[in-house]
Each structure stands twice: as structure tokens, then as C-alpha cells.
Design a protein around this ligand. Structure first.
Ligand code: AMP
Length: 149
């Protein structure tokens, strides 16, 4: 069902560092003010096994084990966001992966504390966005704006 939303949705995760610091609502407010519709949202916890599956593309990187430990260290909030050019626009809103280089006013500039604890995830391309959305949500949990009365 969400396949036809290619290019119009992205997956975001508010990471354990930002959840722990009570940044969930400020971050969601910024996202909504930037014109995104929240099509799905849940607070959950990743098992180490699920985190390894989600970040499988990084399994050979030096930071992999640490990333898995961090992402399974506490609750996360996963969100499907709907907007034209969702992936690209969202990556601009969150800023560079390393908050040191994130532009002023971006989410990572405001809320991240390090390269690993960088507050938020955004899908890196439209194909992965669809895959990542279905990693966290079933079709019945997704409420697209176009379906609202
Ligand atoms: P990405 O798939 O590019 O979003 O990377 C996944 C996450 O891994 C990033 O959001 C960071 O939290 C973490 N990460 C990426 N590169 C590094 C690195 N060089 N050292 C530590 N953590 C990293």
C-alpha cells in the first residue's frame, strides 16, 4: 500500500539520547512546522537483534558494535513522515550526521551531542525510506494525509 508513496515519505527515528533528554516533543514540533505530516508514530525499544538488522549495511564498520549498543540502550520514537520530497527535505531539516558540521537551527545542531548520539535518523534515499517504514510499521499503522476526510 505505501509503495505508491515513493518519494513522498521518509522514516525518522528519535534516538535514545534525545528521548532520554525529553526532546521528543520539541523535535516533533520542529518537524511539523517544517510541513511534514506524521503518518505513523510509535515509542518502542530495539532489541540488539533488530538494531543489527536495521543497520546491517554498517556491519563491517568500526563503529557498528557501539552503534548497536547505543540504539538498543533505551526507548526510541519511530515516525513516518509524509511530504513532497520527504527524504531530501528531511535530511536538510536534521543537518549533517556529525552535529559539529550541522547548520545552525537544524535538529542535530540543536539537540545532538556527538556523531553517534546524534539525536535523530532520516532515511538516505527513497528506496530505503519505503523499506525502513515497513521495518517499523505495518500498513494498518500508517495514516497518510491523502486518506484523511
Ligand atoms: P547513517 O546510516 O549514515 O545514518 O549512519 C547511522 C548512524 O551511525 C549515524 O546516524 C551515527 O549515529 C552513526 N555513525 C555514522 N558514522 C559514524 C562514525 N564514524 N562513528 C560513530 N558513529 C557513526
Amino acid at each position: 500500500m505505501i509503495d505508491r508513496m515513493f518519494g513522498k515519505i521518509t522514516l525518522s527515528i528519535i534516538k535514545p539520547d534525545a528521548v532520554q533528554k525529553e526532546y521528543v516533543i520539541p523535535i516533533l514540533c520542529k518537524i511539523i512546522h517544517a510541513g511534514f505530516h506524521i503518518a505513523a508514530l510509535k515509542m518502542t525499544e530495539l532489541s540488539k537483534k533488530s538494531a543489527k538488522k536495521f543497520y546491517a549495511e554498517h556491519k563491517n564498520k568500526l563503529f557498528f558494535e557501539s552503534l548497536i549498543r547505543f540504539m538498543s540502550s533505551g526507548p526510541i520514537v519511530s515516525v513516518i513522515l509524509e511530504k513532497e520530497n520527504a527524504v531530501k527535505d528531511f535530511r536538510i531539516l536534521i543537518g549533517e550526521t556529525n552535529p559539529v558540521y550541522a547548520k545552525k537551527g537544524t535538529i542535530r545542531n540543536l539537540y545532538a551531542s556527538s556523531l553517534e548520539k546524534n539525536a535523530i535518523h532520516g532515511s538516505d534515499n527513497n528506496q530505503n525510506a519505503l523499506k525502513e517504514c515497513l521495518f517499523y510499521f505495518s500498513n494498518r499503522e500508517i495514516f497518510l494525509k491523502e486518506n484523511f476526510c
